[in-house]
Write a protein that binds this ligand. Structure first.
Ligand code: SIN
Length: 273
């Protein structure tokens, strides 16, 4: 793809690109939006630097990709903006969200298509986010292994992540294909993750555990990852259908703060061929 409205600088071979020449706080012309969509499809996760966005402006940007999703479990900390999920850590934090590999809310019957995280405060060093391409994970398997995985489904359960922390507002559990077909690119992506996936439906418990551990090891290889070093006022926009991510909490007791919005998706499907 040749871009004429935005600058696209890849940061790793399999995923990740920094996008320049865009002010996300302003309405974007159709041709700019077209290129941002193309850059997301091509790079799976895109980053923007030096942005100044109010919660309303962040939501306006997100709405151009679909309806916003209100997190079923997280406390609502930005008055008047229930769709904003606050991402925060400081010297009082006992844990942070997203500290293991996952795709967001995969326990939902229709997990989000993507999330847009905007950080306004970052630690002096550390606090990076890692992203891994689930296309590259699937592509790395032998044809026989791919055929086997394509016939399987897995359960994803919100209880593993949210259980007991936010009361009974969530804990959706859903069954999804282990390999999903991306609705925009048509590519196949592995869709199991250690935060939400409990087991593979067609296998015995010990077989399921062994296979999931194998899949997680493959998906967590540095060769299929990129690593984003945040600065204040950076934005990361990831495609939840083909990317897993993990937040590093290596900066305690420093502060890291920002807002995430999440865009609704469709029920994941596997399409043969
Ligand atoms: C998340 O949305 O999982 C958090 C990502 C981050 O804080 O870097």
């Amino acid at each position: 793809m040749t871009y004429t409205k935005i600058a696209v600088n890849k940061i790793a071979p399999h995923l990740g690109a920094e996008i320049g020449g865009v002010d996300l706080s302003r309405p974007l012309a159709d041709d700019v939006m077209l290129e941002i969509r193309a850059a997301l499809a091509e790079n799976l996760v895109i980053f923007f630097r030096d942005q100044s966005m109010t919660p309303a402006e962040q939501k306006d940007f997100g709405r151009q990709f679909g309806e916003l999703f209100t997190h079923p479990a997280a406390p609502q900390l930005v008055p008047g903006h229930p769709e904003i999920l606050t991402v925060h850590a400081d010297a009082n934090s006992k844990r942070i969200d997203g500290e293991n590999w996952h795709s967001d809310i995969s326990c939902d019957i229709a997990p989000p298509m993507g999330s847009i995280l905007y950080l306004t405060e970052v630690p002096p060093i550390g606090g990076d986010t890692l992203f891994a391409s689930m296309y590259a994970a699937y592509d790395s398997f032998s044809p026989e292994m791919q055929r086997f995985l394509c016939g399987l489904t897995a359960m994803h359960d919100g209880e593993r992540q949210h259980g007991g922390r936010f009361g009974s507002k969530t804990n959706a559990a859903s069954e999804h294909p282990v390999v999903v077909t991306h609705p925009v690119t048509g590519r196949k992506a592995l869709f199991v993750n250690p935060i939400f996936t409990t087991h593979i439906v067609q296998l015995k418990a010990e077989e399921s555990n062994a296979l999931l551990q194998f899949l997680y090891l493959q998906t967590q290889r540095p060769q299929i990852q990129c690593r984003f070093q945040w600065r204040a006022k950076s934005v990361a926009f990831w495609d939840n259908r083909c990317v897993q991510h993990m937040a590093l909490w290596d900066y305690f007791p420093h502060r890291r703060h920002g807002h995430r919005i999440t865009i609704r998706g469709e029920r994941p499907v596997y399409l043969a061929a």
